[in-house]
Design a protein around this ligand. Structure first.
Ligand code: C2E
Ligand code: CA
Ligand code: CA
Ligand code: CA
Length: 270
């Protein structure tokens, strides 16, 4: 009995230690990942439900370290924890605008969505940095959309409202990402001046098993606040059919295209 206990603790220590070692290894490499050209963007289309055309693309960050793809959920958490997210986020924004400018040659009205972290949004310099990036790259402000995760609205609300206001003054659009996964969903819609609400993919996937009412309610409430709705993680024809019937304006998911490198996306933009 005692031996089992002891070895269990041993295994626990070992995996915790491994986890910490990995985190430190990621931290050490992430600091120089931009300069080593290890980071790159892929783009996932957002489809207009009524036309079936690509309305916008979401830029998603990728990191290849010594041949291994590190999942963004993992390395972005490390970047946030160790203070790299502002520089990485600014690099992402610049690259996304430059890629957007190139892709607009094939589709002049194409929008580009970029994910931003809470630490970027809480930084009072951020709205000016966004304006400067738009100017430097020549990407039109109205084509840029910044996606903000809903959970981040739990932070310093006054500052967030003010920085979102300043961002919107530059002419860009703002989305609430992963909608429904936080605890303050309805008040978020009321208090923040955004353009799009992206319903989290967990709700889309639960539509076959009773989640339909939730998706319908969210899209109706969003419509009453004049927010456009994007459904994330659409994987099946049945989901597409249900969402179309509910009047959800935009769809994103593997059913259409996975996150895709820029050059492979071009044929789809025409
Ligand atoms: P997210 O913003 O919710 O991005 C959507 C995620 O869903 C992406 O995962 C995408 O590959 C995945 N996805 C899209 N359609 C489907 C589908 O039909 N089925 C399934 N199973 N998955 C689908 P990814 O690329 O692994 O990114 C994970 C998260 O990492 C993102 O979630 C976002 O929160 C974060 N992230 C990615 N790039 C950036 C970035 O540049 N900056 C920041 N701050 N966060 C980023
Ligand atoms: Ca997103
Ligand atoms: Ca999302
Ligand atoms: Ca997310």
């Amino acid at each position: 009995q005692k031996r089992t206990e002891k070895s269990r603790v041993g295994i626990f220590d070992e995996s915790l230690r491994e986890q910490l070692m990995r985190e430190l290894r990621l931290r050490d490499h992430l600091e120089n990942a931009i300069h080593r050209h290890e980071l790159f963007l892929v783009f996932q289309p957002i489809i207009a439900t009524n036309t079936g055309r690509i309305e916008a693309v979401e830029a998603l960050l990728r990191w290849q370290l010594d041949g291994e793809m590190i999942p963004p959920d993992e390395f972005i958490a490390v970047a946030e924890q160790y203070g790299f997210i502002r520089s990485i986020g600014l690099w992402v924004l610049g690259e996304a605008c430059l890629a957007g400018k190139r892709m607009q040659k094939h589709n002049p009205e194409l929008g580009v969505s970029v994910n931003v972290s809470i630490q970027q949004l809480l930084d009072d310099d951020f709205p000016d940095e966004v304006a400067a990036t738009l100017k430097r790259t020549g990407f039109p402000a109205h084509s840029l959309d910044l996606e903000i995760t809903e959970s981040l609205f739990a932070h310093d609300k006054k500052r967030l409202i003010e920085n979102i206001r300043r961002l919107k003054q530059t002419g860009i659009q703002v989305s609430i990402d992963d909608f429904g996964t936080g605890y303050s969903s309805l008040s978020v819609m009321q208090e923040f001046d955004v353009d799009y609400v992206k319903i989290d993919r967990s709700f889309i996937w639960s539509m076959d098993t009773g989640g339909r009412a939730i998706v319908e309610a969210v899209s109706q409430i969003a419509a009453s606040f004049n927010y456009k709705v994007v459904a994330e993680g659409v994987e099946t024809e049945e989901q597409r059919r249900l969402l179309t019937n509910m009047g959800v304006e935009y769809l994103q998911g593997y059913l259409f295209l996975p996150p895709t490198p820029e050059d492979e996306l071009i044929p789809h933009l025409l």
